[in-house]
Design a protein around this ligand. Structure first.
Ligand SMILES: *Cc1c(COP(=O)(O)O)cnc(C)c1O
Length: 364
């Protein structure tokens, strides 16, 4: 039963594991607003011709037939595109499911705090040993502490790079130290590259050399396919075999494959979108620097982390103006923080106007 508070209880059902007795639900609440800047989605839907090709493909599918066991056609296309062995690719409905599969397979999970919440959430659900290492106060990587945690025993280490929710890109030398430690200790460093297109960062070369490094990618952000649910893992064949076993057979729906094959035929559209968002990012960053009470952090993603004097008040003030952002002030070290996605130019303008209007109100 799910209570209104979002806490689920299993009452007298004894068939479930006891640790599930009082598990919180995933921390997200849907709110309607005209300007939606709360989920780091692409503000642009697919170009019409790409969408039409996908629909055409769907039209010709046999909907009565099961899809390929392991999304073979999509894996072939990704493998060609990335020059990565097909046996080292797992595709699933959302990279969240890959995170869950990795965690279920793991002995021990290590991540950073704050970090993308699904790592910790999955570890809790699966009752896997879990350790969060706090980022430094300036959000830089606590490399020594992470290396220490990795030495305590072979670990699955999740690191979003660029990092979510802080938006920063970690230095290559630090990532290489962690990768080396994973190799040395028999662990696995999972770099979550959900936002890599916004930073031009790409660790396929490292993962190619070091089988103790795996990469997570998603179609939900730069590809503009948040509604379609698709992501993939690039890793060694051995890691992929294990992870694939935790994804249900025939796990990628035929319609998802059809859509992915269509976008993979014409991936160029994503570059235009990324370029537009990067130009917006630069302008917004410059504008927000002038804000009298907010501090904006540099971003290597399609969102900004912003520290305000009062996250609840800023969130409510923006929502009153029709702008939905995401509160982050419940995270360790993120007191007063909001996260705002970079939207279309006119949406960003409205956001900036509202942000500066709020500061006038609070100064009055
Ligand atoms: C958005 C995001 C994802 C994407 O998850 P999907 O299930 O593929 O939509 C993964 N990791 C991070 C850090 C993200 O911000």
């Amino acid at each position: 039963m799910t209570l209104a508070t979002g806490v689920s209880t299993i009452g007298d059902v004894k068939a479930f594991k006891p640790h599930l007795q009082s598990l919180s639900s995933y921390p997200y609440q849907a709110v309607e607003a005209p300007i939606k800047l709360d989920q780091n989605e692409s503000p642009y839907d697919l170009p019409l011709e790409v969408k039409e090709r996908a629909i055409e493909r769907l039209q010709h599918l046999d909907w009565n037939r099961y899809p390929s066991l392991h999304a073979d056609e999509v894996r072939t296309k990704l493998s060609q595109r990335l020059a990565w062995p097909q046996t080292g690719v797992v595709v699933s409905p959302g990279s969240n499911l890959l995170i869950q599969a990795l965690v279920q397979a793991a002995n021990r999970v290590v991540d950073t705090a704050p970090a993308f919440p699904h790592y910790a959430f999955s570890a809790k659900m699966s009752a896997v040993s879990y350790q969060a290492v706090a980022l430094e106060a300036d959000f830089s990587l606590p490399t020594e502490a992470l290396l220490g945690a990795m030495e305590a025993g072979p670990a699955l280490v999740f690191l979003p790079n660029p990092h979510a929710p802080t938006g920063q890109l970690f230095p290559q030398v630090e990532i290489h130290k962690l990768a080396h430690k994973a190799l040395e200790t028999g662990g696995l460093l999972v770099l979550d590259e959900a936002y890599h297109q916004f930073s031009s960062s790409d660790y396929t070369a490292l993962a190619r050399q070091n089988p103790h490094v795996a990469l997570l990618r998603t179609f939900s952000k730069a590809w503009g396919l948040g509604g379609i649910r698709a992501g993939y893992l690039l890793a060694s064949q051995e890691v992929c075999t294990v992870v694939q076993n935790f994804i249900p057979p025939f796990g990628l729906p035929a319609h998802t494959s059809a859509i992915l094959l269509s976008v993979l035929e014409t991936p160029e559209y994503t570059q235009r979108i990324v370029q537009t968002l990067l130009a917006e990012r630069e302008q917004m960053y410059a504008a927000l620097q002038e804000h009298p009470t907010w501090k904006v952090y540099p971003s290597h993603t399609n969102f900004f982390l912003i520290r305000t004097p009062d996250a609840a008040a800023a969130y409510a003030g923006l929502l009153e103006q029709g702008i939905l952002v995401r509160r982050q002030d419940h995270y360790l070290g993120l007191e007063g923080c909001l996260r705002v996605s970079i939207g279309r130019p006119e949406e960003n303008q409205r956001f900036l106007q509202a942000a500066f209007a709020l500061s006038e109100v609070s100064h009055a």
